[in-house]
Design a protein around this ligand. Structure first.
Ligand code: MG
Length: 170
């Protein structure tokens, strides 16, 4: 594996762990607001992100590459309302999509088709992540932050069940 690609994948491990940390902070904020269903949604998101990190980690080791584990940054967010949290989550997923697309581009350029195939799962996954994030924004905007509506939506989100990623490496 080309070192440029190994380094990008290694950085992606950190970005996925940061995503988990950011979503844990969203859980923190929303739980504090008494929105346990919204908070639960982000607890599951955080779990998914830890799994994403492990997929990149395992893929690198599967290809005899050592991973450089960097410090995970403090999650910085100015989000205060539910809508602001949801919008920050969408912006973050768009950033992750760009990051994965950048690795994809280099993998194609370097004819690293194994990495390209590995990343195909993430390209699809990012589409789902952005779609889910946008869907929640649309729902909250449609319902407004009316307490009764928020209570019902909160109950709906509380029912989310964790599904481990379908991708397995190694
Ligand atoms: Mg992710």
């Amino acid at each position: 594996m080309k070192q440029t690609i190994a380094q990008m994948l290694s950085k992606q491990v950190n970005k996925e762990l940061y995503s988990a940390y950011l979503y844990l902070e969203f859980h923190n904020i929303l739980n504090d607001r008494g929105l346990q269903g919204f908070a639960h949604w982000y607890m599951i998101q955080a779990q998914e992100e830890r799994d994403h990190a492990m997929l990149f980690y395992n893929y690198l080791h599967h290809n005899n590459q050592k991973v450089t584990l960097e410090a995970v940054e403090k999650p910085e967010t100015k989000a205060d309302t539910v809508l602001q949290v949801l919008e920050a989550a969408l912006a973050h997923e768009q950033y992750v999509t760009e990051s994965i697309n950048d690795i994809y581009e280099v993998a194609l350029r370097e004819k690293d088709y194994r990495t390209k195939e590995f990343l195909d799962w993430f390209v699809k996954e990012q589409g789902e992540e952005e779609n889910n994030a946008q869907g929640l924004i649309d729902k909250v905007k449609l319902l407004g932050e009316d307490p009764k509506n928020m209570y019902l939506l909160d109950q709906e989100l509380a029912a989310r069940v964790y599904n481990a990623p379908s991708l397995v490496v190694g």
